[in-house]
Write a protein that binds this ligand. Structure first.
Ligand code: RP5
Length: 286
């Protein structure tokens, strides 16, 4: 999987404005993305968002004497390993993006130098008509899958309701927690309601199929900080459990809904690749 992942990505972070800023990326032509290709004109600006200052979830500045990260390792509670390969450090000791140039140096909006680990829960059910029968696509003659999509509050893009793995947190926990926060508005529920939700979802989230593990083509990536994720598919075959749950957007999501899976989907980062893998795995319409 590793080689294929490296090839298909880096399309959303090589030109244009860096998100939530006026900072322009140095344009990187496709054939100059790889570090192994000479690009003497390359002079990207540095951007470290002020929102990172003093945040408990963010690393200190790279030259902070108290900062002694263990690169390419599990560093205490922080996973600094990359799913792609061992990344290198540049001549001032910053991790180097394993895929290549992004037109910007520093951390941008990302908390960690190097890999920033996320998890993406792909919750699916079959699309059904009013009688409960499966809806079949006329062209591909395959049943249509639906997944729970959220609209991100930051970019307004539709996306899988994923989120960052907290320090020391198990990925299986992140997957459930992010789904509950973004697609079920768990942060605004009472302790009792949350407990009920946990019980109802526990079994469902116990069994997931991994569809992706690797680098994410996220518009926040920089030459020294980037997103990586594990995406798991949780499928409700007869639509009787999560397929019937009451969705409500919360936390970083401004909207939530069941979305039909189709190759025309336009989603945040390279989430469409994860959905495509899911459709193939379930032998669904694509
Ligand atoms: C993407 O950003 C991941 O695939 C995941 O969906 C998301 C995590 O970042 P936040 O939603 O926490 O901003 O790269």
């Amino acid at each position: 999987m590793r080689g294929r992942v490296a090839k298909m990505i880096h399309q959303k972070c090589t030109r244009g404005l860096y998100p939530s800023s006026n900072v322009q990326r140095f344009e990187v032509p496709e054939d100059k993305v790889a570090w192994s290709v000479e690009f003497p004109e390359y002079e990207p600006v540095e951007f470290n968002s002020p929102v990172l200052k003093g945040k408990p979830w963010a690393d200190p500045e790279i030259d902070d004497p108290s900062f002694e990260p263990k690169w390419n390792s599990i560093d205490g509670k922080v996973n600094r390993e990359s799913y792609t390969k061992n990344y290198e450090l540049n001549d001032i000791g910053q991790p180097q993006n394993p895929i290549g140039r992004t037109g910007i140096v520093g951390r941008g909006l990302l908390g960690r130098w190097g890999p920033n680990h996320a998890a993406d829960p792909i919750v699916t059910r079959w699309k059904r008509n009013s009688t409960g029968a499966l809806e079949i696509d006329r062209k591909t003659e395959k049943p249509i899958l639906q997944f729970v999509a959220i609209e991100r509050r930051d970019s307004k893009n539709w996306a899988i309701p994923g989120g960052m793995v907290d320090p020391g947190e198990q990925v299986s926990e992140t997957l459930k927690r992010e789904f509950m926060e973004e697609a079920l508005n768990a942060l605004e529920k009472s302790a009792e309601e949350k407990e009920e939700m946990e019980v109802a979802l526990k079994k469902f989230f116990d069994r997931g199929d991994e569809v992706y593990r690797g680098y994410v083509d996220d518009s926040r990536n920089t030459d020294n900080a980037w997103m990586e994720t594990i995406a798991l598919n949780f499928h409700d075959e007869d639509g009787s459990t999560v397929g019937e749950i009451n969705l409500k957007a919360g936390d970083d999501a401004s909207n939530v809904r069941w979305m039909d899976v189709d190759k025309q989907l336009n989603l945040f980062a390279n989430h469409v690749d994860f959905i495509k893998q899911t459709a193939h795995k379930r032998n669904a319409h694509w």
